[in-house]
Structure formats: C-alpha cells, structure tokens
Design a protein around this ligand. Structure first.
Ligand code: ZN
Length: 352
C-alpha cells in the first residue's frame, strides 16, 4: 500500500511537471482525484478493508498525499492563469479602479429637487401629469379655442392615432398631442380639487422646434398655480421673488412686462435683475449687458380657465406661472447650451 502511494506521487509529479495549460491540468486532476476512478480516490476507498493498524499507518500518509496533489494542482492552475482558480476571499474589499467614478444627479434633476423642496416648504403640493394628453387639457380648456391663432405660438407634436383611455371627462374631440406645457394639469387638477389649491407640476414637455443653443424639442418646465378667494398679483410676485431668492442665494429684483398667454389675464413676462453682473457689465453673457434677464411667463388665471374647471365666475381667483427648469439651471450653473443636457457627455455632467 505504501509503495502504491509513492508510485502515485512520483507519477503525478512527473505528469504535472510536463503540462502548463488549464485543460490538461484538469485532466490530471480527474485522473488522480476524480470521484469515480481517480487513482488516489480508488486507493483511499480501499482503506476501509484494511486492519485498524494498517489504517493508522496508511490513512494519514494517503491524506497528506491528497493535500499535496491538491495544492500542486492549484499552483499549476495559478501559473496557467486560469480563472477557474477556486481561491478567493469574499471578505476582501473590492478593487476600485481609477477610471471608475461614482455617478450623481443630472443638473436638471438637481434644480428640480431644489425647487420642489422650496415649494413644499411653502405648502405647495407636487403633482405629475400625462405627457401624452388630449387637446382639451393642453389647449381648449386653457382658453386656446380650436382654430385660434394662439395655438401657433407652440409648435405641437400631434398624434395621429385615436387613443382610448380612462379619463375624468368626455372629450369633444379625440385629438391627442404631446403636451406642449405642464399647464395641461391646470384644468385637470382644478376639476377635482376644492380651493384653496396650491400646487406645482414639474415635468417634460415637447415642441416641434428646430434645435439650437436655447431650444430643444424635449425640455423641462415647472408649472405652478394657486387658486383661492382673494388671490392677487402681489402674492404672485412675492412667491416668485422668494423662489429666486432661495435659488440664487441673494435678494432679487423682479420686473413685470405685459405678455400674452391665452390662459392668463393679465399675463406677464417676468424679468429678474441680473444677479451675475448687477447690471454693470456691458459684456455680461447672461443679461447681454441689458441688466435684466427673462425668467418666465406668469399671470392671473383667465376666468375662462376657471369656468372650464367648473368654478363659479367671480368667486375664486388665482395666479399661475411656468418656469423653464432647464433654462433656470443654465442660469444658475452658467451652462451655455441647452443641448448639453441631453448628450450624456460625462465631461459635462461631472461638473455638477
Ligand atoms: Zn448681467
């Protein structure tokens, strides 16, 4: 028996010294340690027929040889560079390579979250709305009558297919569009809520536009509105000032110019006094030396919109505004081109 052990050992060492690729090494493993017919396995199996004395003598020697063969095989595999090496320590920390970095939030997500936090602290509810919507909520209910030229202000993606889905109201026309504004939620919300209503709707909107540094076909807006008794323009101005004060971390000056949006009356274009140059730099890239920066459109909700939502004429008033969140992030983070948002270029994104 002892002789058999040393024979196996020398044969094994001889064979293993002649091979270097992983498949051959595996063949050798099977031929010596294979569960069915491995030479050493067969020998170990025979141990049970020996006397106790012999077992004491041969057993430890056979096990020692088994360990020796196993470790020699492992070494040979490591030399062969095989991934089959079963030696790994699960408790070791992972290797972090230099070219991998942690991800983080997109600048538009960052500004959205900041706006949501500020509005929530002022008691606004945050809602989302459908991106594919019926003409009624995107246009008609918002005082854009059918065939009214005001519809041309927004280049719309019209949807050819007829769409059936559960809606809170019956539409007069089965016309569907990709929403051109987050205002599509105004009538939807007002139909279902009782004043006082304070809510914001951040989201994606779509226009059939030529793309350049300041225009995208898919961009981000945040619609906000407040409806209650005795709501007035002063409250609108205060709210916007407070929002921009917190976003730009300084007091801001706003000015209102008349502006036309069918769903508000009166409507305003709201400008902010340039917080970057204080109106003193003629070469300022943000305000182009004018001192004022266009920020958003706003106004008092048109009585027709309140009527479309089923409100009694005259009892309630409200204000509404729509902030371009992508544009706001451009101002805040000094981003020169809207198209950068969509390109997924890490050199750009890593700066935020
Ligand atoms: Zn400026």
């Amino acid at each position: 028996m002892k002789q058999s052990l040393s024979k196996i050992e020398s044969a094994f060492l001889e064979e293993i010294s002649q091979v270097s690729d992983a498949d051959k090494i595996e063949e050798i493993r099977v031929s010596y340690l294979g569960r069915k017919a491995g030479q050493l396995t067969v020998l170990l199996r025979g141990l049970k027929d020996l006397s106790i004395e012999e077992k004491k003598l041969i057993g430890p020697a056979a096990n020692l040889l088994r360990q020796k063969i196993e470790s020699t095989l492992t070494e040979a595999l490591q030399k062969a560079g095989s991934s089959a090496v079963p030696e790994f320590d699960l408790s070791l920390p992972g290797k972090i390579s230099q070219d991998k970095s942690l991800g983080h939030l997109h600048p538009i997500t960052q500004i959205n979250r900041e706006l949501i936090r500020i509005f929530q602290s002022m008691g606004f509810q945050v809602l989302e709305g459908p991106e594919l919507d019926n003409d009624y909520y995107n246009f008609e209910g918002l005082n854009f009558p059918f065939d009214h030229p005001a519809r041309d202000i927004q280049d719309t993606f019209f949807i050819d297919s007829k769409i059936t889905r559960e809606e809170p109201r019956d539409f007069t026309r089965n016309d569907w569009v990709m929403r051109t504004q987050t205002s599509n939620m105004q009538v939807r919300v007002l139909e279902q809520a009782e004043p006082p209503v304070r809510c914001i709707i951040p989201g994606r909107v779509f226009r059939n536009e030529a793309i350049d540094a300041t225009h995208e076909h898919t961009f981000y807006q945040l619609e906000g509105f407040v409806v209650d008794e005795n709501i007035n323009i002063g409250q609108l101005v205060w709210t916007l000032k407070e929002i921009f004060r917190q976003i730009f971390k300084q007091e801001v000056k706003l000015r209102l110019r008349p502006g036309f949006f069918p769903f508000v009356e009166p409507g305003y274009e709201v400008d902010m006094f340039c917080v970057f140059c204080g109106g003193s730099d003629v070469s300022c890239k943000v305000c182009k030396g004018l001192g004022w920066v266009e920020m958003l459109g706003a106004g008092m909700i048109h009585p027709n919109v309140l009527a479309a939502a089923g409100y009694d004429a005259g009892r309630y008033t409200g204000f509404a505004f729509g902030i371009g969140t992508g544009r706001l992030a451009m101002l805040k983070y000094n981003i020169p081109d809207y198209r950068l948002y969509m390109q997924g270029d890490l050199r750009f994104l890593e700066q935020f």
